[in-house]
Design a binder for this molecule. Structure first.
Ligand SMILES: C[S@@+](CC[C@H](N)C(=O)[O-])C[C@H]1O[C@@H](n2cnc3c(N)ncnc32)[C@H](O)[C@@H]1O
Length: 265
């Protein structure tokens, strides 16, 4: 079945569909720190590092965290979608980060020499990959000895009560990203490729106060994206019932984590 993990060319031609999902998370997450600042705090980056961001998307991570990072980084923004690379470069170039380069490329065949980077980050993108092991091997290859790979993904229990609503149009009641490449898959893949992996779960939960943000998220990717009028109206009713049961709010768990592996020195 078509899902968030397929149809990348349509899904990521630009950042509009991703923005609906990002809004649900940014507006309704209860946490001490926002997701991107929390990730930045965990990354062992140093001044002068050469960093490769694979599946960089629109570059939102760097825009949200530049002020807290060293201003002396050499950042390469890489994505399969040329539209995303262009948007990320435009957004990141004015930031006080150091040097910015953009490169359209597939994670399965990174166009960089062995040992080029101190750090590779691959945030919320592994669940799109048909051959995750091949991509992890590529990321390992382009890292310098002693460099690190940082991967983020969702757990299968992420926003369970929200994904449960998609059954009205034949969706499965799980976070599709967590189902395709969840915590166990990330740990296994990185342990196999690097011989080590450390996991940190983002301490947060969801408290959604606007039903429309759920509707826009669940219809931003297939099968919700292609649902017919009757299915969409069923979805609206299911969302309304869930909010009524929660007296105007929908509370659910958040499962999102960061995994870091080091290449042997
Ligand atoms: C959910 S977005 C994540 C964007 C960004 N990393 C973030 O966390 O905000 C996934 C990104 O992975 C990119 N992508 C998908 N398959 C890819 C591949 N094979 N190689 C490189 N990038 C890919 C998509 O184009 C999209 O921009």
């Amino acid at each position: 079945m078509a899902s968030i993990t397929s149809g990348n060319d349509k899904q990521y031609a630009d950042s509009r569909k991703l923005a609906a999902r990002a809004r649900l998370n940014s507006e309704h997450t209860i946490a001490e720190l926002g997701w991107f600042p929390w990730v930045a705090q965990q990354l062992p980056l140093k001044s002068g590092d050469r960093i490769l961001d694979v599946g960089c998307g629109p570059g939102w991570f760097w825009a949200a965290t530049a002020a807290s990072l060293s201003g002396n980084l050499n950042l390469t923004l890489c994505d399969l979608s040329p539209g995303m690379v262009a948007e990320a470069v435009e957004r990141c170039t004015p930031l006080p980060l150091g040097s910015i380069t953009g490169r359209q490329a597939d994670a399965a065949a990174l166009p960089f020499a062995d040992g080029s980077f101190d750090a590779v980050v691959a945030m919320h993108m592994f669940y799109h990959l048909p051959e995750p092991a091949r991509c992890a091997a590529e990321m390992h290859r382009v890292l310098k000895p002693g460099g690190f790979l940082a991967v983020t993904t969702n757990g299968i229990g992420n926003m369970r009560k929200i994904y449960g609503l998609t059954t009205v149009f034949g969706g499965s009641p799980y976070d599709p990203a967590g189902a395709a490449f969840g915590y166990e898959a990330a740990q296994q893949l990185m342990q196999t490729q690097f011989g080590n992996v450390a996991m940190a779960q983002y301490p947060a939960r969801m408290r959604v106060t606007d039903p429309e943000d759920i509707f826009l998220t669940l219809t931003s990717y297939p099968p919700g994206e292609g649902a017919n009028e009757a299915q969409l109206s069923e979805l609206r009713s299911a969302i309304a019932d869930a909010f009524q049961a929660g007296r105007g709010v929908l509370e659910t768990e958040k499962e999102t984590a960061l995994f870091i592996s080091r290449k042997a020195a």
